[in-house]
Design a protein around this ligand. Structure first.
Ligand code: R5P
Length: 292
């Protein structure tokens, strides 16, 4: 059955939204956004919305709460003309706050889920969400699509000789294993721990035979870069050759990119869930496939 889609690009994800619209041969509607001096957003649709399945595309990277409020506003406006609204959040902020780690902590992911549903979202689509637990807070259908095959395709083109794929922590080992399987490469997992109070990352010494090998560290998110820097320092001590870093979401907060390069990483590659200079891999195809 031919579905009539309208794609609305929120301020944080216009480029990606246009690519998704092109792939679906859908009408693209721009959510023109002005920010006032006090930080408030004013959103104006440049075209009238017509009855259709509406796909609202907006990642919630920093400013996280502003981008979140914008997608909520767009969805609630789109609800006036459509009962089928999909919230496409390629990078979903707050997914790392999906459970209580320390007593007294608020599980903000659950609040985010309630707000998206209340605004009118009928389905959620995310890309490589940090944990599936985050999606369990929704009472509407959710789908997590993987950018790993696209990232692996990109790395294949670099034609590295017998590289070893590295997961910087046990939580990401399935993801990195999938990447290694596509590349038909060996795979190791490091044991990372993070102090829940200070956020300090440390790598517990595991024996890793990486001497003289090119390595590919695969992670879902690079935020401050602390995890990748620690992993790189550990792996360099084991006398590896070059280190490539691959992630789905390159948040790159502050000096993350500089610090990672300084630690000795040859190249950092991310997808365009967050538009950055390192965003070499396009996820519009996997998203378009998921909505069809
Ligand atoms: C943690 O479990 C995630 O998979 C990432 O490793 C983490 O969020 C990266 O954060 P940062 O770059 O600040 O170390």
């Amino acid at each position: 059955m031919l579905v009539n889609f309208t794609v609305i690009g929120g301020n944080a994800s216009k480029g990606l939204a246009k690519r998704i619209a092109r792939r679906l041969k859908a009408k693209y509607v721009d959510a023109d956004t002005r920010t006032f001096p006090d930080g408030e957003s004013k959103i104006t649709f440049r075209h009238n919305l017509k009855k259709s399945v509406v796909l609202v595309v907006q990642s919630t990277y920093p400013p996280v709460d502003t981008n979140l409020l914008q997608i909520l506003s767009i969805i609630s406006e789109a609800k006036k003309i459509s009962s089928k609204i999909y919230a496409i959040m390629p990078y979903m902020g707050y997914a790392r706050q999906d459970r209580q780690f320390l007593s007294g902590e608020i599980v903000t992911m659950s609040v985010v889920a309630k707000m998206l549903q209340a605004a009118g979202a009928k389905k959620i689509i995310a890309v490589d969400i940090h944990s599936k637990t985050a999606l369990r807070h929704f009472k509407i259908p959710t789908e997590n699509v993987s950018a790993i095959p696209e990232l692996a395709k990109y790395l294949k083109k670099l034609k590295l000789k017998n590289p070893i794929v590295v997961s910087p922590d046990t939580g990401g080992s399935l993801r990195a294993k999938k990447f290694a399987d596509i590349l038909k490469s060996d795979f190791i997992t490091l044991k990372k721990s993070r102090n829940r109070k200070t956020g300090k990352v440390s790598i517990r010494s595991t024996k890793a035979d990486v001497n003289g090998k090119d390595l590919i560290i695969v992670d879902d998110i690079i935020s401050t870069g602390g995890s990748v820097v620690k992993a790189t320092q550990f792996l360099k001590k084991q006398k590896c050759k070059r280190i490539f870093v691959v992630c789905t979401h390159g948040l790159l907060i502050g000096d993350a990119e500089k610090n990672i390069k300084k630690a000795g990483v040859t190249q950092i590659i991310s997808t365009n869930t967050i538009p950055r200079s390192i965003s070499k891999v396009d996820v519009s195809g996997v998203i378009a496939q998921a909505v069809q």
